[in-house]
Design a protein around this ligand. Structure first.
Ligand code: NAD
Length: 258
């Protein structure tokens, strides 16, 4: 029996079979969870439906986090299928491509800054707010995906690092807010992984190579490993953990630059 047996978990952010969200869906399915997936737009719908089938699920719902109506409709539809919700995985981020290259001060604009924060950080609070009713009293958990750029100045990551710092603060404020109702809130800070979102970061290949050369485990992390950690955080095995950032990065974050 898996450690998520009987749990109902909503997973956002599947765009391809390389998505971190897909690593989460597969890991959680392996551990016995029932899964619902979301897709950002019609182009992704049939692909995400096929992937949901692989996890034994036919609950596939639209979600553009820039639209309040989508967020409201998501939980309404979910409420028609499930009598409650035990977990939400938030695996969504976006910044315009031109924000993710070159010098931070040169690249940053008001619009780029606002978009990155709205899609990558506010959306986590918005999902928590809209989903909390379905999660109340079930010892549920929310998990989001962060990156080292939240706490270090990483070349080219630029405004996304500031949005991730906001996301990590969001984890702490949401944990304090939802804890009294029994809901936990955590983040996984993943090492770099080749995904569609990562392709938008300038010199990403170089980043993967540098990590592989220097990190304690001498390799990059996989979506399976990130998925397993997210599954743990959503499970009762992690019942004492909230407001935390769990690094799943083959140890890279512990290194000094000397
Ligand atoms: P991905 O491209 O597979 O996933 C990003 C997802 O965000 C996509 O499914 C996309 O549809 C969704 N998205 C973007 N804008 C949206 C919107 N307006 N509404 C709804 N969904 C929207 O890439 P990924 O690397 O799996 O990214 C998932 C998360 O992991 C992101 O938060 C990313 O910052 C984080 N992360 C990635 C890495 C990495 O190196 N790949 C490392 C650490 C953290």
């Amino acid at each position: 029996m898996g450690f998520l047996e009987g749990k109902k978990i909503l997973i956002t952010g599947v765009a391809s079979n390389r998505s971190i969200a897909w690593g989460c869906a597969e890991a959680m399915h392996r551990q016995g969870a029932e899964i619902a997936l979301t897709y950002q737009n019609d182009k992704l719908k049939s692909r995400v439906e096929e992937m949901a089938h692989k996890c034994g699920s036919d609950i596939v719902l639209p979600l553009d986090v820039a639209q309040d109506a989508d967020i409201e409709a998501l939980f309404k539809s979910l409420g028609e299928r499930w009598d409650g919700l035990d977990g939400i995985v938030h695996s969504i981020a976006f910044a315009p491509r031109e924000q993710l290259e070159g010098d931070y001060v040169d690249a940053v604009t008001r619009e780029g800054f606002n978009t990155a924060h709205e899609i990558s950080s506010y959306s986590f609070a918005a999902l928590a707010k809209a989903g909390r009713g379905m999660m109340e009293g079930r010892n549920g958990a929310l998990v989001t995906m962060s990156y080292l750029g939240a706490v270090r100045a990483v070349p080219n990551y630029n405004v996304m690092g500031i949005a991730k710092a906001s996301l990590e603060a969001n984890v702490r404020y949401l944990a304090a807010s939802l804890g009294p109702k029994g809901t936990r809130v955590n983040a996984v800070s993943a090492g770099p992984i080749r995904t569609l979102a990562a392709a938008g970061i300038s010199d990403f290949r170089d980043m993967l190579k540098k990590v592989e050369e220097r990190t304690p485990l001498r390799r990059n992390v996989t979506i399976e490993e990130v998925g397993n950690a997210a599954a743990f955080l959503c499970s009762d095995l992690a019942s004492g953990i909230t407001g935390d950032i769990l690094y799943v990065d083959t140890g890279y974050n512990i290194l000094g630059l000397g």
